[in-house]
Ligand binder design. Structure first.
Ligand code: TXA
Ligand code: MG
Length: 352
């Protein structure tokens, strides 16, 4: 069954106003949708245990039905209630990192509906580290399914205005918490199998997770070239497991972070020449980089520090789209720590 997204007026209220939180909680308890800030990006929330409410999320976003939602909960106890098992690694991660930008995938409890998990036998859980999100969870007393509050395929929203641009007329209420801290989504860690697996790089880095939990495979690891020498059964088993995980990973199947303008990712230092080529071809060009450049393109110089770069990235891509450039040239960042997450998003954006 599908639910049509119906045109409705969209209200924006300040997220730090208790009356706005109470109103939002009431809407959610009645099966409605509310967009709210988290420390990563804005989410489009609904009661995670109400299949009809959850279907309305998919309709509002035009989200493919096979892509499951993250369930936001108030604390670890609420997370435990939604998982069939809460293994020791999950306990350790939750204890150290929640509230925060980590999503943990576990085997789901029977009360979590198929609509939320897209029929998967697992559920993605996180306790968000944002006062407005936590106040809303406390006030409504329900777990909240919430994907990023963008139209499916678009960059995630980092301000209430981005949500309005994508979902105006499709959501009753947006709680405004200002620009989000991280600007990139949470890290998705699958702990439903014996071997932990990073399904999506995010605001919390692979290195930070490994420091806490030990070695963790990443789904984007280069499985194409087996190491030289004798076949290693352990390596082969790992490559097979990664290939199987990729095949069943819903988040990898769809378009992501797409701007209207074409995104071109170039090595650091080559932004001006790439922009010059496109300008010569008659295109309107935006150039995103971390250094001072001399270019007739619309230059967006982002902070050198990767935290600042990440925080501004999606807003910058959306802003250049609003300025109606044809092409956005982006200079690569070093692929370590948060840089690996940034490069993941940029590659997907460039893939269109
Ligand atoms: O930071 C965030 O994670 C934001 C805020 C609002 O919490 N949410 C977010 O949700 O980015 P979304 O729906 O845009 O991305 C959720 C990702 C998708 O890649 C989805 O496939 C994956 O999590 N996911 C959700 N449930 C899953 C499951 N049961 N198994 C595997 N992957 C899952
Ligand atoms: Mg998303």
């Amino acid at each position: 069954m599908s639910v049509e997204a119906e045109a409705q007026p969209t209200q924006i209220l300040p997220g730090d106003d208790p009356a706005a939180i109470a109103h939002a909680a009431e809407l959610l308890r009645a099966g409605g949708l509310v967009a709210f800030p988290t420390e990563t990006v804005y989410g489009l929330g609904a009661d995670a245990l109400d299949p009809l409410a959850v279907q309305a999320i998919f309709a509002a976003k035009d989200r493919p039905a096979d892509n499951p939602l993250i369930v936001h909960v108030a604390d670890v106890a609420a997370a435990r209630a939604l998982a069939r098992e809460f293994p020791p690694l999950a306990e350790r991660a939750a204890e150290a990192l929640w509230p925060g930008p980590l999503t943990i995938v576990l085997r789901r409890a029977a009360i979590v509906p198929d609509a939320t998990t897209a029929g998967h036998d697992t559920v993605a859980l996180r306790v968000p580290g944002h006062p407005v999100a936590l106040a809303l969870l406390a006030a409504c007393g329900r777990p909240l399914a919430a994907p990023s509050a963008n139209r499916s395929g678009r960059p995630s929203p980092t301000t209430a205005q981005h949500v309005l641009a994508d979902l105006g007329g499709r959501v009753a209420l947006i709680l405004d918490g200002g620009p989000t801290d991280h600007g990139l989504e949470s890290t998705v860690l699958d702990l439903s199998h014996a071997r932990p697996l990073l399904l999506r790089r995010g605001a919390l880095t692979h290195e930070q997770l490994e420091a806490l939990l030990g070695p963790i495979d990443c789904i984007d690891a280069d499985a194409a070239s087996p190491p030289p020498g004798e076949p290693d059964p352990e390596q082969e088993a790992r490559a097979r497991a990664l290939a199987a995980a990729r095949a069943r990973s819903p988040g990898l199947r769809h378009r992501h972070y797409a701007t209207r303008a074409r995104v071109e990712l170039v090595p650091e230092g080559e932004g001006e020449s790439a922009a010059a080529r496109a300008l010569a071809a008659g295109e309107r060009v935006g150039l995103v980089c971390r250094r001072a450049v001399n270019s007739p393109a619309s230059v967006r110089r982002l902070p050198e520090a990767l935290e600042g770069f990440a925080q501004a990235l999606f807003a910058t891509l959306r802003g250049l789209d609003d300025d109606q450039v044809d092409r956005i040239v982006v200079e690569s960042v070093p692929e370590v720590g948060l840089g690996a997450t940034i490069m993941d998003r940029l590659r997907r954006a460039a893939a269109g």
